[in-house]
Write a protein that binds this ligand. Structure first.
Ligand code: URA
Length: 322
């Protein structure tokens, strides 16, 4: 009974987050009713869809209902990007639109905001992300993404960088000012410290892969919102699937929340192995936190040494931390 209530609450939480993302894209599910059966949990009986702008509503199509039901089963896997449409051109599905490939960073400036993003677009887009054949394709999809409000304020997307076959992947929170300007992760002061941490392990930045929970800078460096993390998650999932690192190092509270949905303080979580998609994951302090609290560096060093041990690599002689 308690177990069912917990599942029900979690489903409700995920549903609300998902509906937030949809609302962001101009879609509102109206007259939603949440039904609880004696057998456990049933998806919401949302029957009508209305355009937030037009203020009109219509019955949900069978396809939309099926997509919503699927989204509720795994909301994180069914969010959709779409490349910006040229002015006046009909909105096209990403799979049908040739996307310009860029080896370097994405073109500066936010993509054009579409008139409307439909649930079908989102469902189809998630399939496109999941089918991205390599990191290059993923980078292109990210550069044209406007799935959440962060796209409006970005200069560059920051997909991530490093060795596509890295044994170790670092996952941070979100791009800051310098990352947004350069389109590269961890290039500001926190990035300098992360580089030192990597070098203290006897590695180089090019040996590892560095990515973030969200790929666009939140305004004023605020924490990314749950719906922004949710909207961006399919990209990170696919990055991890393509790289298949032996170990993930999650940097700070937001990385842990985004990956594991855990809200336990990082001071309690750090140093304790977890798993993400069957990959061992070590939570540790975020370099920005360590800049403010240098006393935490010795704990972070313990976590990095635990990673080295699990990778079967020696601690470089004479190193006692970053
Ligand atoms: N902090 C992060 O979490 N990521 C970056 O890319 C830079 C700073």
């Amino acid at each position: 009974m308690i177990e069912n209530r917990k599942k029900w609450q979690e489903l409700l939480r995920q549903t609300r987050a998902y509906l937030e993302v949809l609302r962001d894209g101009g879609i509102v599910f109206a007259e939603g009713r949440f039904a609880k059966s004696t057998a456990g949990i049933e998806p919401p009986a949302a029957e009508r869809v209305e355009s937030a702008k037009a203020g009109r509503s219509r019955p949900m199509t069978a396809e939309e209902r099926a997509a919503l039901k699927a989204a509720l089963t795994d909301p994180y896997a069914r969010l959709v990007p779409r490349p910006p449409a040229a002015a006046g051109a009909p909105l096209a599905h990403p799979a049908a639109t040739p996307i310009k490939r860029s080896r370097e960073t994405s073109a500066p400036g936010p993509p054009a905001k579409p008139a409307k993003v439909t649930l079908k677009d989102r469902t189809e887009g998630a399939k496109v992300i999941a089918a991205a054949e390599d990191l290059e394709r993923l980078r292109d999809l990210i550069s044209g993404c406007y799935m959440c409000g962060l796209s409006a304020g970005r200069t560059h997307t920051v997909p991530g960088e490093g060795n596509p076959r890295a044994a170790l992947m670092f996952i941070g929170e979100a791009p800051g000012y310098h990352e947004d300007v350069q389109g590269r992760p961890f290039v500001g002061r926190a990035g300098e410290l992360l580089t030192k941490m990597i070098e203290a392990m006897g590695l180089r930045r090019e040996d590892v892969y560095i990515a973030n929970i969200v790929k666009c800078r939140p305004p004023g460096n605020r924490d990314p919102l749950p719906e922004e993390m949710l909207a961006c998650e399919p990209y990170l999932k696919r990055q991890i699937e393509l790289i298949r690192p032996k170990i993930i190092c999650a940097l700070g509270r937001i990385a842990i929340q985004g990956l594991l949905r855990e809200t336990t303080p990082i001071s309690q979580l750090r140093g304790q192995w977890r798993t993400y998609q069957n990959i061992p994951l070590m939570p540790t302090f975020h370099p920005a936190y360590l800049l403010r609290n240098p006393g935490g560096k010795r704990f972070a060093w313990e976590d990095l040494k635990a990673i080295l041990a699990r990778l079967g690599r020696p601690v470089p002689a004479g190193r006692s931390g970053p």
